[in-house]
Design a protein around this ligand. Sequence first.
Ligand SMILES: NC(=O)c1ccc[n+]([C@@H]2O[C@H](COP(=O)([O-])OP(=O)(O)OC[C@H]3O[C@@H](n4cnc5c(N)ncnc54)[C@H](OP(=O)(O)O)[C@@H]3O)[C@@H](O)[C@H]2O)c1
Length: 376
Amino acid sequence: MGAMDPVVVYAATGYTGRLICAELAARGVPVVLSGRSPAKLDALRDALPAGAAQTAPAALDDPTALRDAAARGRVIVNCACPFSASGDPVLGAAIAAGAHYLDTTGEQDWIRRVFEVHDGPLAAAGVGAVPGMAFSHAPGDLLAHLVGAPVAPVRRLLVAYHVEGFDMTRGTMHSALEQMNGLDVAYEGGAWVSGGNRPRRAFVTFPAPIGRQQVSRYPVGEVITVPRHVPADEVVLRISAVSIAPPAVAPLVPAMTPTLGALLRSPARGLLDRAIDALPEGPAEEDRGAVRWTIVAGADGEDGRSASGLAQGPDIYGITAKIVTQAAIEMAAPSYAPVGALAPAQAVDPAGFLDHLGAFGLTWSVDVPARETVSA
Ligand SMILES: NC(=O)c1ccc[n+]([C@@H]2O[C@H](COP(=O)([O-])OP(=O)(O)OC[C@H]3O[C@@H](n4cnc5c(N)ncnc54)[C@H](OP(=O)(O)O)[C@@H]3O)[C@@H](O)[C@H]2O)c1
């Protein structure tokens, strides 16, 4: 293999950006470190192996510097949050520079915007963009494809998360506020509709020892991306209440969601953002290792067949670095063909990509019924 083009990482100096840069360097990929603070970028370059990285400072409101940074690689990875603020400038720079775009967003609004607003310009520029190529929502999207596509068209496709031992970074907390603003959508009747005020008493059975759990609406990216590669009438995203709240208040979580959304659209949001900025940056490396996540998927085909799937793994931030790095390496190949706004399952080979993450402790399986063939 010849020398690889560099991968540009925007917000390289954040918690997730640093993990991604270290992973790219460990895999021998030259990295261009970009972001708003030249001093922090220099310090990060000096902390990486000699010669592994160069810097390209660029503020979000400087389109020329951003485009020049994006032009230094075949792929730019955006980790600057909230993505409601960083997405348009960094994606615009990728389009102007003719570079593919990846980001680590969990913000459903931004993922929807990439598909609704940027798809045409991306395709015209001959580049692809995969928003949310991270723990949330790449494995869920890939698993949904492997479960849903064989029994499509699908009446109802459920993806449900259960997470234990998760400490968030400050950036994730800011983005979580963005995510819970109550403006998210659901996919019902073959269309995206307001998902806002629909608490429901619902349960999902996870594998032992987790078992049956009360679940809440989970406004993440699969709602936007899965219907683009699995013909479906309804795509439903859930998270166990105990994943996001202490057990004592977990049963109240589904009913609290609309109230929380209204609060987060009020001036109280500024107070919460400032309180988050006073917290430690993120989990220590040893604490990240204690995380365990489980994703189950189930698809009911219109023909009466059902399929199910399971993915489990560790360390949400660590696996995000692996996911981004592998996707960036694949997209940096001169032969990479997909263009436009892309779901994870449209950007990479779903089974091959999940298999690749096996080296990091991800396990997955699907149970798909055989299709009956009738011959005359
Ligand atoms: N979907 C997932 O599973 C997943 C996984 C990991 C992370 N994420 C998301 O990735 C994002 C980053 O997370 P993190 O843990 O890295 O957070 P973080 O440590 O707080 O880092 C935030 C980064 O954004 C940069 N930034 C913020 N405002 C900016 C601005 N106005 N201009 C330029 N840069 C700006 C910061 O720059 P400075 O370094 O200069 O301060 C910093 O590098 C969050 O939205 C998080 O939710 C999602």
